[in-house]
Design a protein around this ligand. Structure first.
Ligand code: ATP
Ligand code: MG
Length: 310
């Protein structure tokens, strides 16, 4: 039988700190080749989940596995690379020495050429022999990422890999992450509270809120399922209020922009852009352009949290 695609599995994981139920039955699965976004606000439970996955913290209950094995096994941990808020770098050691040190901890001995290549992959070749203590924050993040990769793990678990980095640095780290997944076949779980970052990088997500997973799945599908499509139609002549009213009645759409040449529509599921366009032309209104706006992750996020409040 073919091996399951599940690389990281959590099932009903709970963790309490005193009065705080940090995780209240967390269940989700990361599959091979995913860049999986673990999304949540400050205090939602992201780091707690990650610490449990890395066996740095024990869950009160529930089940956790990585590559089909419990995470407290050395063989499992060897296949995981991680990056936490504390980057674990030694200021007094150079980049090369930091990597050699961590390689040894993992029981592997990469050649000088391999270390050079690794540092090149995070764009640190020029500073390879400088001490980590002299690095900027963005450079430290990249070195920490190299550190996470030094034993060539199959799975990477990154806690807020891009937070606190300037836009150029963000682009670099995003490119490195994409490359790791698409060129080198890694599976990545990364946490973030940044919707934009998750939307750019990830193919699947889980959204955690107050220790509970509110939604998980394929990002494109989730955004597609965010409900109504938004459409902007540009017309050659202003749309008369009577026609606008007719559009509302006929298609059950929310329509704004009457009297101007721009129609903003919110189409319910089942109504196609083409239906509205052909109606407009049948009323003698020329259509000059149709632009569809997809639901953004931000809208999805807001909708989900609103549902919780209701
Ligand atoms: N060691 C601890 N002792 C007590 N409470 C803790 C501990 N670790 C986490 N918590 C609590 O558990 C909850 C979840 O914290 P966690 O660090 O997992 O959130 P997070 O999603 O990573 O947030 P952030 O985006 O701020 O990093 C918070 O209420 C936090 O105060
Ligand atoms: Mg955190």
């Amino acid at each position: 039988m073919e091996a399951t695609a599940a690389v990281i599995e959590l099932e009903s994981v709970k963790k309490r700190f005193g009065a705080v139920q940090a995780l209240d039955g967390v269940t989700f699965t990361v599959e091979r080749g995913d860049v999986f976004g673990y999304l949540g606000a400050n205090g939602a439970g992201k780091t707690t989940t990650i610490r449990i996955l890395l066996d740095l913290l024990r869950a009160d209950s529930g089940r956790v596995s990585v590559l089909g094995n419990p995470t407290d096994r050395v063989e499992t941990r060897r296949k995981i690379g991680f990056m936490l808020d504390a980057d674990g770098l030694y200021d007094q050691l150079t980049a090369v020495e930091n990597l050699q040190f961590y390689a040894k901890l993992y029981g592997c001995s990469p050649s000088a050429g391999e270390i050079t290549a690794l540092l090149a992959s995070v764009r640190l070749s020029e500073r390879a022999n400088d001490r980590a203590g002299t690095y900027s924050k963005g450079m430290r993040r990249r070195l920490a990422l190299a550190r996470a990769l030094v034993h060539d793990p199959e799975v990477l678990i990154l806690d807020e890999p891009i937070s606190g980095i300037d836009p150029t640095g963000q682009i670099e780290i995003r490119a490195i992450i994409q490359d790791l997944v698409h060129e080198r076949g890694k599976t990545i779980l990364l946490s973030s509270h940044d919707l934009d970052e998750i939307e750019r990088l990830c193919n699947r997500i889980a959204l955690i809120d107050q220790g509970e997973i509110r939604v998980t799945g394929d990002l494109k599908q989730l955004l597609g399922a965010g409900g109504e499509g938004r459409v902007t139609i540009a017309t050659s002549t202003p749309v008369a209020p009577a026609i606008l009213a007719e559009i509302r009645g006929r298609f059950g759409v929310e329509a704004g922009g009457g009297g101007s040449t721009t129609l903003d529509l919110k189409l319910p599921v089942g109504v196609r852009n083409a239906d509205v366009v052909s109606f407009l032309t049948s009323r003698g209104v020329g259509v000059e352009g149709v632009a569809t706006k997809h639901t953004s992750l931000e809208e999805l996020y807001a909708a989900i949290l609103k549902e919780r409040e209701a």
